[in-house]
Design a protein around this ligand. Sequence first.
Ligand code: PPE
Length: 304
Amino acid sequence: MPIPEARYIWLNGRIVPWNEAKIHILSHALHYGSGVFEGIRAYKTKSGTAVFRLTDHIKRLFRSAKIYKMPIPYTVEELVDATKELIRQNELESCYIRPIVFRGYGEMGLFPLKAPVDVAIAVWSWGAYLGEEGIKHGIRAKISSFRRIDPNALPPAAKATGQYINSILAKIEVVEEGYDEAILLDTRGFVSEGSGENIFVVRDGKIFTPSTAASILEGITRHSVMVLASDLGYEVIERDLVRSDLYWADEVFFTGTAAEIVPIREIDGREIGDPGPITRQLQNAFYSVIKGEDPRYQNWLEYV
Ligand code: PPE
């Protein structure tokens, strides 16, 4: 998707013009994928712009960095404040936020601990990741022949730049076959997640989602949806799922920051159908939270 330019980017503690946020071609992360990042959204509410679970996202950034032993030379609070300041200076009412921590210029080779660690935050307007139509009517997904990375090869719990090469292979494969999104199985053969989303299945009024043992990124939208669903009285069960759990499901949907909540209408040529009532109910609950219309979840909104 083309990136709509905003005005400024936060780079190593300074706010610089969009086109001046540049790095050297020999930066470590470009060669080896040695970076970690976040995807966050800010929404327009009646009390101003609010970032959805900003502190939780920045904390996950620190957890990802810990796995790769990248010391971040800022505190969680400093990056939270920097994000809010950047949104204010860009005068965006709603936006997508991309903090990235990466090994910069100065060292080559696979032992990275002496390379400098650079930190940047960018914001831009990003519409519906899988299309407005997708959110309304559902998308078509296919199980990729590429397996989700094994936790003992690359920990999927870390949101690391290089790990996305795995998602990219799966996405290319299924998009070239005419589908909208890929579903990946883990190395054991159980359902893991989408290329950039977690997955949920509804059957007989119960909600199922793969556990953290199934090579997933522990999504913040996933967690939010689990809380909303149990507050609505649904039983939410984390367990291993096989492909027939998808084919036989009453409803299936993806969750993610960029994607939000997207119904899946077809998987591998098997019809799941129009978005079902529980998916709809969860979408409505989620969209009222992010618009600031539900006082019960105000603590998830961090105002700019
Ligand atoms: N799994 C993966 C692999 C993933 O990349 C995401 C987010 C999720 C699950 C959902 O996590 P959360 O956003 O915390 O609910 N994917 C981000 C990047 C997408 C991209 O194309 O870049 C996102 O949604 O921002």
